[in-house]
Design a protein around this ligand. Structure first.
Ligand code: TMP
Length: 253
């Protein structure tokens, strides 16, 4: 049987050629990395959960008119998506100080921010995805001023949507990362949300207890990552019926 063509392999996902031009198949791996891949593990069930959770969030965004790459889920680990030209930025939205911002500014994690803050990292693993000001982005031509205005507007709509959805199930959205892609309809270019939205790319804290339900569980060795993601999926009502129990992480380096 002919093997389909691999277009790209990242740390947590693989992209294959899709069945029609302009489409790709996005495969969610069980691999987890942190600190620019210095820490790695294979965490059984993570890919299945992230495939479902990203489907859930992207479908919700479509329903409120936020354009994104998701077309349909194909199976446990794969979804059909629109092929985009990824803008080489990590678009990060923060509602509360945590992670690198808390460290950089000496803020206690969980400190509420005066308003949602949008920041950008240049996507380059060799450089460790450095934080970049908007002026760099425009000067180096990664995106135009109009693109940046559209990206901030998209990111804030995603933030309002995700904040509300998570609040509804007792979870605080501390921060998250999205990626944005360009698509063309003839000569007309549009920006859409791409990549994934999952607990790999968000900080999610239980509102009552503060318990972390995101990739920080892996980054900081706080317990079983699949259990945390399963809890998020369970609360949102998107738990696949055959993922009921987490396996132990298998450390591969
Ligand atoms: P940070 O506080 O480490 O800068 O992370 C901010 C948010 O971005 C957090 O929700 C985790 C997410 N993130 C990614 O999705 N990928 C990454 O490579 C990094 C560093 C963070």
């Amino acid at each position: 049987m002919a093997r389909r063509k691999k277009i790209y392999e990242g740390k947590a996902k693989i992209l294959y050629e899709g069945p029609e031009p302009g489409t790709l198949v996005q495969y969610f791996k069980d691999d987890a990395t942190a600190f620019n891949a210095e820490k790695r593990a294979t965490i059984e069930g993570k890919g299945v959960l992230n495939n479902r959770l990203s489907e859930f969030f992207m479908t919700g965004l479509s329903n409120i008119g936020v354009p994104n790459h998701f077309i349909k889920r194909l199976n446990m680990r794969e979804q059909l998506i629109r092929q985009v030209e990824i803008i080489p930025l990590e678009v990060i939205v923060r509602n509360f100080a945590a992670g690198s911002m808390a460290k950089r500014l000496g803020l206690e994690e969980g400190t509420p921010l005066p308003r949602p803050i949008v920041e950008f990292s240049y996507k380059d693993d060799a450089l460790g995805d450095p934080l970049v000001p908007e002026e760099y982005i425009i000067a180096f031509g990664w995106a135009s001023q109009q693109d940046m205005d559209d990206i901030v507007a998209l990111a804030l709509r995603v933030n309002d949507f995700l904040t509300g959805v998570m609040f509804g199930v007792g979870i605080k959205l501390v921060d998250f990362k999205i990626e944005i892609g360009r698509i063309w309809d003839n000569d007309y270019m549009r920006l859409i949300v791409a990549d994934e939205i999952s607990p790999d790319s968000c900080r999610l804290w239980d509102i009552e207890t503060g318990q972390k339900l995101d990739k920080d569980v892996f980054r900081r060795d706080l317990g079983n990552l699949t259990d945390a993601y399963t809890e998020v999926a369970r609360r949102l009502g998107v738990l696949p019926s055959n993922v009921t129990h987490a396996a132990k992480p298998h450390v591969i380096n």
